[in-house]
Structure formats: structure tokens, C-alpha cells
Design a protein around this ligand. Structure first.
Ligand code: MP5
Length: 204
């Protein structure tokens, strides 16, 4: 089984996680500022959690996966700075509490961290691929949000996701199909909940 099979088998769930009214509003320029800022603050907390998870994943990765995972760790650290700069420009504090979806994601990453390497890598690929496709659906993005759309749709990010996919395919051959599938579906659900959360207080 390969990663593409997971996407093919669960196309409906994947679509729900990667096409969302939040992203449509980013594209159309109709997103309320407070919704965007809620997403920004929560995604900052998520990326901080992801950096810890990925650093530990790197520590237990086989030699062949070290380069792509190490590159990702460096990029995540730089991304935190990027978020901090945006928050500062908007006068936003980044020390908020995790809302439910963010906390659920953190708990999932922690569980994966305690389990086997292979499903954890599949999870990382799935969440990065979901973000790539989600932001692609918002292209080109209204001027106010364009920098964010570009951030997750640049060719370098797509190449990173492809590198993770190659590593995940290598890992999948030795992973139990059902375990990988369960992890994949959990990530898909978390991604969807994250977008729902961003709009939760002002569904329009
Ligand atoms: C990513 C993210 C992608 N920033 N937020 C969520 C909810 N899912 C996935 O991670 P990265 O490392 O920012 O590309």
C-alpha cells in the first residue's frame, strides 16, 4: 500500500479537510479579521507543537529520511519567527490558550510520538499534504491574505511534501495497513476540525 492509495480510498474525507469555507473566504477576501487572527494564533501554537514532534521523529528516523525531516525542522523554526513577525505587525499576542481542535491535535502528536515511527511519519506527510492542497484551493488569495496563500503553495513547499511522501511510502511497506489508515483518517479529521474552529465563532 502506498500513500496515494490512502488519498484514493478516502477521497471524500480528504476533500472535506482540504476544501473549506475558511479557504474560500481567504480567496474571495470575505474572511472576517477576527477569524483570520483566531486561525493565526492557533496555527502558531500548532506549529510549535509540530516542531517538538518532528524533532523527536528526526531523532528516531532511519538514515534515508534524515535529510527531509531535518530540513523540515529548520523550516518549522523559521516559520515560528515568520508567525511572530506577522503577529507583531497586527498587534496580536501569541500566548493564548489552545482551543479544542488545537489541543486535540497536540494530544494526537503526543500519542504518535510514543508509538512506532512509521505511522508517525505517515501522519506528518498527511498533515503537510493536506495543508498544501488546502492553501492551493485558496489561490491566488485576496490581497490581504495573499502572502499566506503563497507561503504554503510555493514550489519549495510542494517539493518538501513530495520528499515526505517518498519517505512515507518507504515506511508504509513495513507498516500495518490498518494502523497507517487509522492515523491518516485521524489527521484528516483533525485538519477539518482546525478549519471549523477558525470559523466557529462566526460561521458565515
Ligand atoms: C500545517 C499547519 C502545516 N501549519 N497547520 C495545520 C493545522 N496543519 C498543517 O504545517 P507547516 O509545517 O506549517 O507546513
Amino acid at each position: 500500500m502506498a500513500t496515494e492509495d490512502l488519498l484514493r480510498l478516502h477521497g471524500g474525507a480528504w476533500q472535506a479537510a482540504t476544501r473549506h469555507p475558511f479557504l474560500d473566504a481567504v480567496r474571495e477576501g470575505t474572511l472576517a479579521e477576527q477569524d483570520f487572527e483566531r486561525w493565526l494564533g492557533q496555527d502558531y501554537l500548532f506549529v510549535a507543537d509540530l516542531l517538538r514532534f518532528q524533532a523527536r521523529l528526526l531523532a528516531r528516523a532511519p538514515r534515508t529520511a534524515q535529510a527531509v525531516l531535518a530540513g523540515g525542522v529548520v523550516a518549522l523554526e523559521a516559520e515560528l519567527t515568520w508567525f511572530e513577525q506577522h503577529a507583531q505587525r497586527r498587534g496580536l499576542a501569541l500566548d493564548g490558550e489552545r482551543l479544542e481542535a488545537t489541543e486535540g491535535y497536540r494530544a494526537c502528536l503526543e500519542r504518535l510520538d510514543l508509538g512506532a515511527y512509521e505511522p508517525a511519519l505517515v501522519a506528518l506527510w498527511a498533515l503537510e499534504r493536506a495543508y498544501l492542497q488546502a492553501w492551493q484551493s485558496a489561490r491566488p488569495g485576496a490581497p490581504a491574505f495573499r502572502e499566506f496563500v503563497e507561503h504554503w503553495t510555493v514550489p519549495a513547499f510542494a517539493e518538501y511534501v513530495a520528499g515526505l511522501q517518498q519517505a512515507a511510502d518507504g515506511a508504509l511497506s513495513s507498516a500495518e495497513f490498518r494502523i497507517a489508515e487509522r492515523v491518516f483518517l485521524e489527521i484528516v479529521q483533525l485538519e477539518r476540525s482546525f478549519w471549523d474552529m477558525a470559523l466557529a465563532e462566526g460561521v458565515r
